[in-house]
Design a protein around this ligand. Structure first.
Ligand code: KG4
Ligand code: ZN
Length: 345
């Protein structure tokens, strides 16, 4: 079975071909450098960039997979959550292609896509497991009882972890996206240089909050001169990162123990973080929990994860018509085959 997967939910224009649900034949990601000078994604610019980049990305994905459009069994596309204009470009493009080729269309929830990154060859997880979906838009702990059957354990109440990385990097004026920059800088920093707050909310619960930490960094920076900030950049970055990682590691481990799960999947852009990988692996070994990460290229937004989730949904009989619309605030909920509440927009 050959599925083309498209994701345009934020600032990556992504197209990929996946064979037999788990084998990545191609995975084309056109990153939009245009947002760097603004220190964050500018939705209107992202939509326009998708418009220019999407068809070439689809053509390359087909070419790299040595696949003719006619060979495809179905087209999968993210309908939400994400930026509405960006989602619209992806969905309307894929609808037109599906119509022109007379191929089935399958709408995919982006968060379910991140979970399915764990099913692609190389990782090949089998449920049940706990997934920590941690990206620029989401921080969510999910008990994956089976593919397509999810119990949501907790969400962020304010900023997502990746959003906190991006905002702190902007406050520190060190570039966008902030996660990779802070990760790199922190390798030369002392995580104990400062004791930023760790927000656990209900210690027994699995909800997250990162805006207090972001504000603590903001307050700290506002009281320091530019020279001091420059001098201590690596230490400040490392201390901030450690505060995020502490909470993610503790809550994920507690969720696995509470659910009796012996495996944790860490997925989404922040799953690329080297300190999170290191700390989670150590903690997992202490607690007898397997910690699994897709390769970084499948952690950040990509089309292969959408194709993988779409392939599964297609096999389960899901077909979406041309009336499928975007759902910018779609949530992953779902048991018994529903791939998410479309949510209120
Ligand atoms: O999954 P993703 O590509 O897009 C969303 O669905 O949001 O995640 C992007 C996020 C950004 O906030 C970026 O700063 C963060 O992932 N990120 C990282 C790292 N690489 C990307 N955060 C921490 N450490 C990294 N190495
Ligand atoms: Zn994402």
């Amino acid at each position: 079975m050959l599925i083309l997967g498209i994701d345009t939910s934020c600032d990556e224009t992504a197209a990929a071909v996946v064979r037999d649900e788990t084998t990545v034949q191609s995975n084309v990601i056109s990153s939009q450098g245009i947002h760097q000078e603004y220190g964050g994604v500018v939705p209107e610019l992202a939509s326009r960039a998708h418009l220019t980049l999407l068809l070439p990305a689809i053509e390359s994905a087909l070419q790299q997979a040595s696949c003719e459009p006619d060979d495809l069994d179905a087209l999968a596309v993210t309908y939400g959550p994400g930026l509405s204009g960006c989602l619209l470009i992806g969905l309307s493009t894929v609808k037109s292609i599906a119509l022109a080729l007379d191929k089935p269309l399958v709408g995919v929830n982006h968060i379910e896509g991140h979970v399915f990154a764990g099913r692609l060859a190389g990782t090949r997880l089998d449920p049940p497991f706990i997934a920590l979906v941690v990206s620029g838009g989401h921080t969510q702990l999910v008990h994956v009882e089976d593919w397509g059957r999810y119990r949501i354990l907790g969400n962020t109440r304010d900023d997502a972890a990746g959003e906190a990385f991006d905002k702190v990097a902007r406050l520190m004026r060190i570039g966008y996206p902030g996660g990779p920059v802070i990760d790199r800088l922190s390798r030369n920093g002392d995580p104990e240089f400062l004791d930023f707050p760790r927000t656990y909310l209900d210690p027994q619960g699995f909800e997250f909050s990162f805006s207090g930490l972001k504000n603590a960094v903001r307050m700290y920076l506002s009281k320091r001169s530019e020279d001091e900030i420059d001098r201590d950049q690596a230490h400040i970055a490392a201390a901030f990162q450690e505060a995020v990682v502490d909470v993610l590691v503790d809550k994920s481990t507690a969720a696995a123990l509470a659910a009796g799960a012996d495996t944790i999947l860490i997925t989404g852009g922040v799953a690329c973080n080297s300190r999170l990988r290191e700390r989670m692996t150590v903690k997992g070994a202490e607690r007898g929990i397997d910690v699994v990460y897709p390769p970084p290229i499948l952690c950040t937004d990509n089309g292969a994860m959408i194709a993988a989730a779409g392939a599964y949904r297609f096999r389960m009989g899901q077909r979406d018509g041309l009336s499928l619309s975007v759902h910018p605030r779609a949530r992953l909920c779902g048991s018994n085959g529903s791939n998410g509440s479309k949510g209120a927009d």
